[in-house]
Design a binder for this molecule. Structure first.
Ligand code: SAM
Length: 376
């Protein structure tokens, strides 16, 4: 039931605001479900709470990203994955476990451009931020948080990179902020992303200094499995991407999206992921690395929901090449909040999408695997 007490919080400037005293009074006085519903109703009259990221914030964050040194991020240490005991391939790298620490630096450098685009996308298990803001039932459940949350060279330079699911432009920001990179090729079929990639690249270009390598970014609006890679044969030092996690992430409903085209996990594995890798393998130079951030998923395939294998079939597929060498797996540290949206993705990274027996230690470090292969 809507509580008229909340009328006074409508149309506030600059934005909805309930001070500590008021909030304490509300919690003490009214029924929790009524508060959640009332809060949801009034909040929906405000625009979604996008973070204000000014151009100046973006520039400063981009400069800070440039100062980030690989050894500050790449750490030796234990981590666990969603389905760690069921991967056939070891999640170690050169004999021990390594992971990439969570880092917020750089988020503003890409989010200044991509925030609204990113928020417009839904996950399969939960709606995206924009849809949540538009539907009362999602908003009411979201308002529960008001109660639960405490409110008071490594040894050589990488020069040319391919990103075959370019997503929200985070790797593009990473490319521009690295000293020795010179070519970024980004492929993604989501057409809404492309004008924003162009805008990002123009902006970062403007902020490169005299001392940095000049950079070239090329974008292709296409499905990776359809793309003609011939012009790029023997070009890349690194292929690094985070493809969609089968149908758990639905970035758009266009028929170039892999989840729209391939309805079962077997089709998706072979006709999207394996086919795309197969087509791009000749673009990798000898000694080049293929790094894929992907994990198995708990999702529907052929009408029923279960744990679906993506990683082992992918690694088994790459192993078949006579010139491939498995280097290992590095963890990418993620938030472990249940049902939280993963770091910059529409994937559900919480316990609901992990096998219960895999959550060995709830306070342990949760990572997504990045599988690393080298071309011999
Ligand atoms: C958003 S990324 C994954 C998230 C990543 N961590 C990031 O933030 O950059 C996944 C991308 O895969 C793209 N995608 C979907 N189908 C694809 C296909 N057939 N070929 C290449 N990319 C595809 C989606 O459009 C989406 O932008």
């Amino acid at each position: 039931m809507y509580l008229p007490h909340f009328n006074k919080f409508t149309y506030q400037l600059p934005y909805l605001h309930i001070n500590e005293e008021e909030w304490a009074y509300i919690k003490e006085t009214f029924n929790k479900d009524d508060v959640k519903e009332s809060l949801a109703k009034i909040a929906m009259d405000y625009s979604p709470p996008y973070m204000d990221i000014s151009e100046d914030d973006c520039r400063k964050d981009f400069v800070n990203l440039k100062k980030t040194w690989v050894y500050d991020l790449l750490k030796e240490g234990e981590w666990f994955a969603r389905t760690e005991t069921s991967y056939d391939w070891p999640i170690t790298y050169e004999g021990s476990q390594w992971y990439i620490k969570r880092l917020n630096t750089g988020n503003k450098a890409s989010n200044h451009f991509q925030q609204e685009n990113r928020w417009s996308v839904d996950g399969t298990i939960s709606p995206g931020p924009l849809r949540t803001w538009g539907e009362l039932k999602f908003m009411t459940s979201l308002m529960g948080a008001a109660y639960t949350l405490d409110m008071k060279k490594i040894d050589k330079s990488i020069l040319r990179t391919l990103d075959f699911s370019a997503g929200w432009g985070d790797r593009l920001a990473g490319f521009y902020s690295s000293l020795n990179t010179e070519l970024y090729v980004g492929i993604d079929p989501r057409k809404e992303n492309h004008p924003i990639y162009e805008e990002q690249a123009r902006y970062y270009d403007k902020h490169l200094t005299f001392f940095e390598t000049s950079k070239k970014a090329e974008f292709h609006c296409d499905a990776a499995e359809d793309f003609d890679f011939t012009p790029y044969y023997d070009t890349f030092d690194i292929i690094f991407t985070s493809p969609p996690y089968f149908n758990v992430e639905r970035y758009s409903y266009d028929d170039t999206q892999s989840w729209v085209r391939y309805k079962t996990i077997d089709e998706w594995n072979s006709q999207f992921l394996h086919k795309a890798i197969d087509n791009m393998w000749p673009t990798l130079k000898t000694g080049g690395k293929l790094c894929i951030n992907i994990s198995d998923v708990n999702a529907g395939s052929g009408g029923k929901k279960s744990w679906l294998k993506i990683c082992d079939p992918m690694n088994d597929f790459i192993e078949e090449y006579r010139d491939s060498d498995y280097l290992g797996c590095i963890g990418m540290e993620m938030a472990t909040r249940p049902n939280s949206i993963g770091a910059g993705t529409a994937v559900v990274s919480g316990e609901s999408n992990r096998l219960p027996d895999m959550v060995k230690d709830k306070s342990g470090r949760f990572c997504e695997p990045v599988w690393v292969w080298e071309k011999k």
